[in-house]
Ligand binder design. Structure first.
Ligand code: PLP
Length: 420
């Protein structure tokens, strides 16, 4: 029996006690969501950063429908299927890492990466190398391992006893990159350093904090000098968000381990992958079962999700995705120039298709009431924008129209009324 006044759905990252309206969406197309009463909402954050080519892309939808009638699910331990084979080959060709491990969310892709890194050291006779180095303000997901390597704060304080200890380097603020390098160098030089996990170019949920490709290149070089495994978490930055297919491309970096999810299916199905280099894979390769990589989940490489991802690769190959990204990037630059002139807005920043800014308020911590008020303001303006504290950002589908994007920029500018 439902309880009066209390919803059956326990929504994620949502305080039901605030009694905020929870609109019901009936359908979606491109960058538009339609509520059950037909109101159109612009999806300015690609429904949590996943929908790269717009909602219900016909080619991806058709691939899902077709696969669902032929092979819906298969155990991947010891068995395989064509969508997984095609997808793995496609990913290996695209990203230059020779092995693909499947899972189903960005968080699990990160868990797998961490397990691969520690497995690598244990299987090569260096089990004492078991410390993970992370960057301040990072977010890598909400499972236990992923939380452990992310920023600690109000959202995970209750679970602190479950989290493992890590070593943290400061965020490379402009002009203070040397501090980050020195800290990373010192930690990498330690005998117990196993790996460094980082979000390339943009730290997403930590506040859309951006740093340049040269910094990423230098951090990767420091890790390489010390043989510390470099894990790139491109769950958010991958699939074009930063202007290139991978953010790592801009730094000329090939990570040892790469995490991808979100846009891998164009955002239509839950799927994730962790790609590994030959050394990491080979450390788990043996003529007996001693070095087996012990990780799986029921839906590993679900065929319908893989078919969606294969269709996504075809969209990237055959549609003008890069041109759409270039157009969006230029329009975001125009929006950023306008927003930078608005009193009450600071730190307007852009990386590829992502635009972010901060509203200038005192004491706008994570639990302040600014975030829900901003959320309501944007909802009333017909725009889905979900701020992070006093930081608001746009991360729309690449094909968003010029008028819709202009409405998003105007909503961001007008929201300063809330802090007046
Ligand atoms: N890593 C990064 C960089 C992310 O931004 C996210 C989610 O936003 C995750 C991992 C976790 O992905 P998921 O929500 O699919 O578990």
């Amino acid at each position: 029996m439902p309880r009066p006044g209390k919803p059956a759905i326990w929504h994620p990252f949502t305080q039901h006690g605030l009694n905020e309206p929870i609109p019901e969406i009936a359908r979606a197309e491109g960058a538009s969501l339609y509520t059950t009463d037909g109101t159109r909402i612009i999806d300015a954050i690609s429904s949590w950063w996943v929908t790269t080519h717009g909602h219900c892309h016909p080619r991806i939808a058709a691939a899902i429908a077709d696969q669902a009638t032929r092979l819906d699910q298969l155990i991947l331990a010891g068995w395989t299927h064509r969508p997984a084979l095609d997808l793995a080959e496609g990913l290996v060709d695209l990203f230059g890492l020779p092995h693909v491990f499947f899972s189903d969310s960005g968080s699990t892709a990160v868990e797998v990466a961490l397990k691969m890194a520690l497995g690598f050291w244990r299987n090569t006779g260096h089990g004492h190398r078991n410390r993970v180095i992370v960057m301040q303000h990072s977010y890598h997901g909400d499972t236990i391992g992923a939380m452990s390597v992310g920023e600690r704060g109000v959202y995970n304080a209750a679970y602190a006893p479950l989290l493992f200890d890590v070593d943290t380097v400061p965020f490379p603020h402009a002009g203070a990159e040397g501090v980050t390098y020195a800290a990373l160098e010192a930690l990498c030089a330690r005998a117990d350093a196993a790996c460094f996990i980082v979000e390339p170019l943009v730290l997403g949920a930590g506040g859309m904090l951006m740093y340049p490709p040269a910094v990423l290149a230098e951090m990767a070089a420091i890790c390489a000098r010390h043989g510390v495994l470099f894990i790139a978490d491109e769950v958010m930055t991958g699939w074009g968000r930063t202007g290139t297919l991978l953010a790592c491309e801009q730094a000329g970096v090939t990570p040892d381990i790469l995490c991808l999810a979100k846009g891998i299916t164009g955002g239509a199905m839950p799927l994730a992958v962790t790609l590994a280099n030959a050394a990491v894979y080979d450390a788990h390769y043996a003529p007996d079962r001693s070095r087996t990589f012990y990780h799986s989940s029921s839906y590993t490489a679900n065929p319908i999700a893989c078919a969606a991802a294969v269709a996504n690769l075809a969209v990237w190959r055959e549609e003008p995705v890069r041109e759409r990204i270039a157009t969006l990037r230029a329009r975001q630059a125009d929006g950023a120039a306008m927003l930078a002139t608005v009193p009450g807005i600071a730190n307007v920043r852009q990386c590829g298709t992502i635009l972010a800014l901060d509203y200038v308020v005192d004491g706008a911590g994570y639990l302040s009431d600014l975030q829900p008020r901003l959320l309501a303001f944007f909802r009333e303006r017909g725009v889905l924008i979900r701020p992070l504290g006093n930081t608001a950002y746009l991360m729309p589908p690449y094909g968003i129209g010029a008028d819709d994007l202009a409405r998003c920029h105007a909503a961001l500018a007008d929201a300063v009324a809330l802090i007046a």
